[in-house]
Ligand binder design. Structure first.
Ligand code: TYM
Length: 338
């Protein structure tokens, strides 16, 4: 019996937000530490996905930096943990091309991320449109069953499943389907898909690309910056501290963030604040908890060297090329390319 694979990637275009961290990185580290004896754990830098937007600064340095985050967040290393860069495993690009030949334009045009990124623009690059097909290749090459990602990426997991199903129907069972988003959430042991909201506009997700600095908490923020941003977060006029994402997204976001940084069930935090009405008190508590959380993370980050990551990449890329090339060969044979 082969071991299941748990796989995820985070783009390293710039510094990461608290949303990336709590939505994907922390859950991945928790799962890796629980399952690295019985699963393969693939953590990769999707650098080909990074170049859909302009790269500012040093992509190589940002990649190494972003991979250090997993170690600083407590990832325990063992032989089943594989860390690699997408562009160092050329099979990703080739499988993406092959999957393009079975993907439909209509399906890709319906992806929310594509619609958001193309809205109001005269022209967008093809990479933005094709992004989910490359993501499907990232997942299917390794037969990954579990893909811990934030809620905004669930549509791409559904698409991956559809592409794999279409392919398998035609050529026999070559790909393993990742489980559905509902099953992913269950496996991650989180109440729902995680979507950390923009602090100023809590209808939207917190995003690195938002221009307003007060909207997002960056992992490099100082405790003072974190506190200032949380104290100025948008709330509502309901006057009750309760979890109601629909009517009170700002307050609900703060409750969710506090649960995640304290590693407590959301329900515990909701119960603690039940009946309270002072939004300022909630903000002060969350501001304190997040600044302590980020401060501890930054102290750990400072102890990890670039070389540690480079050594892991050398081993991980050997492994990834072996596994990915074997799967690619099966696919090439199915298409009579070999
Ligand atoms: P990226 O870099 O845009 O996002 C990385 C991860 O962060 C999650 N995320 C959030 N989670 C909760 N709240 C937020 N506000 C928030 N913002 C971002 C995203 O859901 C994601 O999990 N397409 C992937 C990268 C990728 C990938 C893959 C992931 C490429 N290939 C294959 C898994 C498997 C992405 O969204 O990157």
């Amino acid at each position: 019996m082969t071991q299941p694979t748990i796989l995820t990637g985070i783009r390293a275009n710039s510094e990461l937000t608290l949303g990336n961290f709590l939505g994907a990185l922390v859950p991945m580290v928790r799962l890796a530490n629980q399952h690295s004896n019985d699963c393969h754990i693939n953590i990769f830098a999707p650098d080909l996905h990074s170049i859909i937007s302009d790269i500012d600064g040093e992509l190589q340095q940002n990649i190494v930096h972003s991979l250090k985050y997993y170690l600083a967040a407590g990832l325990s290393l063992n032989k089943n943990i594989h860390i690699y860069r997408q562009s160092r495993v050329p099979a990703h690009s080739e499988l993406c091309w092959i999957l393009n030949c079975i993907a439909s334009m209509g399906d890709l045009g319906r992806m929310t991320q594509y619609k958001d990124k193309s809205e109001g623009k005269d022209s967008v690059n093809v990479g933005i449109f094709d992004y989910p097909v490359l993501m499907a290749a990232d997942i299917l090459l390794y037969d990954a069953t579990y893909v811990p990602v934030g809620e905004d990426q669930f549509q791409h997991i559904e698409l991956t499943r559809r592409l794999a199903e279409k392919f398998n129907k035609k050529f026999g069972k070559i790909f393993t389907l990742p489980v559905t988003p509902e099953q992913q959430v269950k496996f991650m042991n989180v109440a729902d898909g995680i979507r950390i909201r923009d602090l100023q506009n809590p209808e939207k997700k917190m995003s690195k690309s938002t221009a307003s600095e007060n909207s997002k908490i960056m992992l490099s923020d100082t405790p003072e910056q974190v506190k200032k941003k949380i104290m100025s977060a948008t709330t509502d006029s309901v006057g009750k501290i309760q979890f109601d994402m629909f009517n009170q997204p700002g307050i609900s976001n703060l409750l969710q963030i506090d649960a995640l940084v304290n590693d407590l069930p959301l329900q515990d935090i909701i119960s603690t604040w039940a009946g309270e009405t002072h939004y300022g008190d909630l903000k002060k508590k969350v501001a304190e908890d997040v600044s302590v959380f980020i401060g501890e993370f930054q102290r750990k980050l400072a102890t990890i060297s670039d070389q540690e990551v480079l050594d892991l990449l050398a081993q991980g890329e050997d492994y990834a090329n072996q596994v990915a090339n074997a799967k690619l060969l099966e696919v090439q044979k199915a298409f009579h390319l070999r």
